[in-house]
Design a protein around this ligand. Structure first.
Ligand SMILES: Cc1cc2nc3c(=O)[nH]c(=O)nc-3n(C[C@H](O)[C@H](O)[C@H](O)COP(=O)(O)OP(=O)(O)OC[C@H]3O[C@@H](n4cnc5c(N)ncnc54)[C@H](O)[C@@H]3O)c2cc1C
Length: 390
């Protein structure tokens, strides 16, 4: 029996859209199933590192609301240290970004069915039968790109040990003039939440402000209260006209050793591939989407095992593991991390390289640990005056 599709991609986020784009461009018959109708909102800072912009297979200029060249890294609304990024990053709204990426996948030849949810799959010989809330579909491969609460993952890895950490964001429409002040800068603050950091990402007409908390302590911290305190601490965030707040989990550890088997491949958040140090998930989503597409095309074309995807992911998994070690160290005491690491120009160069993708997390961690005595003794970078911080 000939299946209707070579691949059914579940989820229209960066991971699913990228996989679908590469699969369709490689000649596969691809269906994207998305339970929402695009453009749909997604709780996310929408910060795109330079390495993400390079990894996406088409220019994102049409949906970039701002370019970012500098991160100001501060501690509790004080002492900002500028970190010049290696290569421009960008800011986008996820509703526009994901809808645009889906359009590109469709232009490459994928079919998009919106408002259609994946329910379950079952193997039928060499094929996979997918049950949706609109009827069954047959395919050769399923790509689980359905995010942090993935149903595909729940079926493929029922005993998955998911390590997910919370993040909360506020969309905030600031007083007149604040967005002009921001220019091409964003802010990270290591002193506003225990075990994590805060961010301020300027968009075209609003600020995305949030907290990422990697280390949970037994303190029953009220994340919403901590976000309100963060907003109260920054002059540019006070007196805003409008505010909406939402929180979600970010999965920061791969959910299984093998992420491809039985005709199913997991990518992005569904696979637990977000980076633990920054909580950045779009880069891994896009990269894993590309790698999955490559493994699937080899499988469809010449019968290569889908498990080749696991081999392709190895360097990325090693970097994610290094990122988790770095996160455990930094978020043990973020304020101390700020003093020892951020206020050291060589360490901020490493951070900038990691964000740009020019320095791997493994290399950055190795360098940091090997030269720790030197970092501790090195002179501190002076803080600058900035109207954005304080
Ligand atoms: C508060 C917060 C801020 C963040 N900020 C950033 C940031 O600035 N930069 C960054 O890189 N990362 C950030 N992240 C992480 C980032 O949002 C995720 O890692 C990224 O969205 C993962 O992409 P994905 O394609 O794997 O999944 P998603 O973007 O979650 O997409 C999954 C898609 O699957 C669909 N879906 C789900 N279930 C089904 C189903 N049963 N059937 C059909 N469709 C389904 C969903 O509707 C959705 O469209 C942030 C996360 C949070 C929570």
């Amino acid at each position: 029996m000939t299946p209707e599709f070579d691949a059914v991609v579940v989820g229209c986020g960066p991971a699913g859209n990228t996989a679908a784009y590469h699969l369709a461009a490689g000649g596969a018959r691809v269906l994207i199933l998305e339970r929402e109708t695009m453009p749909r909102d997604k709780v996310c800072g929408g910060g795109l590192s330079a390495k993400t912009l390079h990894e996406v297979p088409f220019p994102l200029a049409p949906v970039l609301e701002r370019e970012v060249s500098t991160a100001l890294i501060a501690c509790g609304g004080a002492e900002p240290v500028p970190c010049t990024l290696d290569g421009l990053g960008g800011m986008a709204r996820r509703s526009a970004l994901d809808a645009y990426m889906a359009e590109q996948a469709v232009s490459a030849g994928a079919e998009l069915r919106q408002g259609r949810a994946f329910v379950r799959y079952e193997r039928a010989g060499a094929l996979v039968r997918v049950t949706t809330d609109g009827g069954p579909i047959t395919t050769r491969v399923v790509v689980g790109a359905d995010g942090a609460a993935s149903r595909v993952r729940a079926q493929l890895v029922p005993d998955a040990d998911v390590r997910a950490v919370p993040a909360i964001e506020a969309l905030l429409w600031p007083a007149a003039g604040v967005l002009d002040l921001a220019g091409s800068r964003c802010v990270f603050d290591l002193g506003v939440v225990p075990g994590g950091y805060g961010w301020i990402f300027p968009k075209a007409d609003h600020l995305n402000v949030g907290l990422y908390r990697f280390r949970k302590r037994r303190d029953n911290l009220d994340l919403r209260g901590a976000l309100d305190a963060f907003i109260a601490r920054y002059r540019i965030l006070r007196g805003h006209e409008r505010l909406t707040v939402k929180a979600r989990m970010i999965p920061v550890r791969p959910v299984a050793r093998s992420l491809a088997r039985d005709g199913v491949v997991l990518v992005g958040d569904a696979a637990g591939l977000a980076d633990a140090l920054f909580g950045e998930g779009i880069y891994a989503a896009v990269r894993s989407g590309r790698l999955a597409a490559s493994a699937i095309l080899d499988h469809l074309g010449g019968g290569a095992p889908l498990a080749a995807y696991d081999r392709m992911l190895r360097p990325m998994r090693a970097d994610l593991a290094a990122g988790r070690v770095a996160a455990r160290l930094l978020y043990l005491a973020p304020r101390a991390g700020f003093r020892l690491a951020v206020r050291n120009a060589r360490v901020t160069r490493l951070f900038a390289g990691m964000i740009a993708g020019t320095v791997s997390a493994r290399r950055a961690l190795g360098t940091l640990l090997a030269l720790a005595p030197y970092w501790l003794l090195a002179p501190r970078t002076p803080a600058v005056e900035s109207p954005l911080v304080g």
